[in-house]
Design a protein around this ligand. Structure first.
Ligand SMILES: [Zn+2]
Ligand SMILES: [Zn+2]
Length: 361
């Protein structure tokens, strides 16, 4: 293997002219990151106008007579969607990680580390589900669902929404999701909560899909359940918007942790991968809210620039060795220059929470 060269350094203070707030915000945007979100939005609108949706609604409307019964029946699909996405995506990524297809290994963000074994993925899926699904279901059954049913008007459960209503509600839910997640996640990084609860989620500095739900159950209670529940309580969406919200949350969460950078398909993977690698900063779902509140990890921009250049080069000159699965400490075989650049970032950023370096906030 090529010996690790000195990692590139990044010093904002050394720049001759500091970019403005808006220039930096614009530079952090990536059009490809929006493709999955827009696809989900388009799917919601298409489903909304489909015969499938009308049939499904008609069945519920003809089976129940009161508003509460109809609301409960339609809302029940959200739970089914959530569990379907949860197990469907995690098992799919567990298989992908075990099979290590060469075309995807090339897109591995932490290329110096192999993906998890099937056993590791299955154990993580199991413990994530056992420890956290009951907590999330209890919060939903005792708080979120009753409040939504109480607040939702009869017109929302007895007609299909227009396309614009779908778009407005879905976007509003995502904005609130981002705000709630940012602040609860940032709270989780305070000294007290990090060491007691959030540290469990940071067990994996090299993440994989099932690691998304590998959490302390108290973190689910304090952070993940509010993330799902508060936006629903505030927006009071149509049931089918709620289904797609669950779908998107599950997809975004699993892919942000999957460890592969597949442009236009996987949203926020580079962003959240760096959060796990650096243990700090980059708290939101994407860069915008962290940029607003000044919590981007200081090395993220430098790493991202290098990562993007390296990936562009891999697409051109990669010569991946597909003769067998990747072992620990074995990066995919690439040209020397590309390999050297990727290995330059192979060491983790020092953990600011480790021992004496505990971060105060
Ligand atoms: Zn964290
Ligand atoms: Zn995470």
């Amino acid at each position: 293997m090529t010996p690790n060269p000195t990692p590139p350094t990044f010093s904002p203070a050394s720049s001759k002219t500091q970019p403005s707030f808006w220039t930096r915000l614009w530079a952090l945007q990536d059009a490809y990151e929006w493709i999955p979100f827009c696809t989900f939005l388009a799917a919601l609108v298409a489903f909304n106008s489909s015969e499938w949706s009308r049939t499904l609604h008609q069945e519920v409307w003809s089976s129940y007579s009161t508003k509460d019964e109809i609301a409960a029946a339609l809302e029940g699909y959200a739970g089914t969607v959530m569990l379907g996405v949860y197990f469907g995506l995690y098992f799919t990524f567990a298989l992908i990680d075990a099979l290590q297809p060469s075309w995807l290994m090339r897109r591995r963000i932490q290329s110096h580390r192999p993906p998890p074994t099937l056993g590791t993925s299955l154990r993580t899926i199991f413990w994530g589900a056992v420890l956290n699904i009951p907590v999330d279901m209890a919060v939903n059954a005792l708080v979120v669902s009753p409040v939504w049913r109480w607040r939702v008007g009869v017109e929302k459960v007895t007609r299909v929404p227009s396309a614009w209503e779908c778009v407005v509600e879905f976007v509003a839910l995502q904005v609130l999701n981002d705000v709630v997640f940012y602040w609860t996640h940032r709270l989780m990084h305070t000294k007290y909560l990090y060491h007691r609860f959030h540290k469990v989620h940071h067990t994996n500095s090299s993440v994989f899909a099932a690691a998304a739900n590998y959490l302390h159950p108290i973190e689910t209670l304090l952070s993940i359940s509010p993330l799902s529940g508060v936006p629903v309580i505030l927006v009071v969406p149509y049931p089918q918007v709620m289904w797609f919200n669950q779908l998107w949350r599950g997809y975004e969460s699993a892919t942000a942790h999957c460890g592969y950078d597949v442009s236009g398909v996987v949203p926020n993977a580079r962003w959240h991968d760096w959060h796990h690698r650096a243990f700090d900063g980059n708290y939101g779902f994407s860069a915008t809210i962290d940029h607003i509140f000044g919590t981007l990890h200081p090395q993220y921009v430098a790493w991202l620039q290098d990562h993007q250049q390296t990936f562009e080069r891999i697409d051109v000159d990669v010569d991946v060795d597909s003769s067998g699965p990747m072992k620990a400490d074995e990066a995919p075989a690439t040209s020397t220059s590309t390999s050297a650049r990727r290995n330059a970032w192979s060491d983790d950023v020092p953990d600011p929470y480790a021992e004496s370096g505990v971060k105060e906030e």
